[in-house]
Design a protein around this ligand. Structure first.
Ligand code: MN
Length: 208
């Protein structure tokens, strides 16, 4: 990681670590910006990016407070409620990163091909004693339950914080979309945005 000065804008965005780790002149990733607060509530965004960095993993990101809270899931999501997938907290990312697809050039943080594997909206479905629990409270307690409306994934998923720093578990909740047999991570290997494979994304990129 290179240490460099972070602009005022990046500091204000709450995305200091994100900005620090990147040289956006060399890597065409989105800038550290946070959009203005919305007056009306609207569906919140989730995205899962397949990322062929030094180790292939899936970046699971959900909108919260106008940034993308992020976890790296080495094996990607499972539809089997009996399977717990390790999810390691990574830096908050700017909202505009949700549609970032391309190649981060060699020598830069996270170098490698990025695909928007799935994108859509989510709803917070966490309840306690029959009452909704706010996302803020969910993060505080380390128990998040969300319903995903994606192009590949649907249904409830839980993110549970473990006792180990930055280590969470991503688990499919039991509902009609759960399956012990289907494995979209293996069977669906094209971009939700552009219908390209990782190889095609790499080939199309000037950095590939
Ligand atoms: Mn990543």
């Amino acid at each position: 990681m290179t240490t460099k000065k972070v602009t005022k804008k990046a500091k204000k965005s709450g995305l200091k670590t994100y900005a620090k780790r990147r040289n956006l002149k060399k890597s065409k990733e989105p800038a550290a910006k946070r959009p203005k607060k919305r007056k009306t509530s609207k569906d919140l965004i989730f995205v899962i990016q397949k990322h062929a960095a030094s180790h292939l993993h899936y970046d699971f990101r959900i909108e919260y407070n106008r940034v993308l809270k992020s976890w790296a899931v080495p094996k990607g999501p499972s539809l089997n409620p009996a399977v717990k997938r390790l999810a390691i907290v990574t830096d908050d990312h700017p909202m505009s990163y949700a549609k970032f697809e391309g190649v981060i050039p060699a020598g830069n943080y996270g170098a490698g091909t990025v695909m928007v594997w799935d994108i859509g909206t989510y709803q917070n479905i966490k309840e306690k004693d029959g009452k909704p629990v706010s996302m803020r409270e969910c993060f505080k307690r380390g128990i998040i339950e969300i319903f995903l409306h994606g192009t590949k994934l649907m249904g409830g998923f839980a993110l549970i914080r473990t006792g180990r720093e930055k280590q969470w578990l991503l688990i499919k909740m039991r509902d009609e979309y759960a399956s012990a047999r289907k494995n979209p991570v293996n069977t669906q290997n094209k971009s939700a945005l552009t219908d390209r494979t990782m190889t095609q994304i790499k080939k199309d990129s000037p950095n590939g």
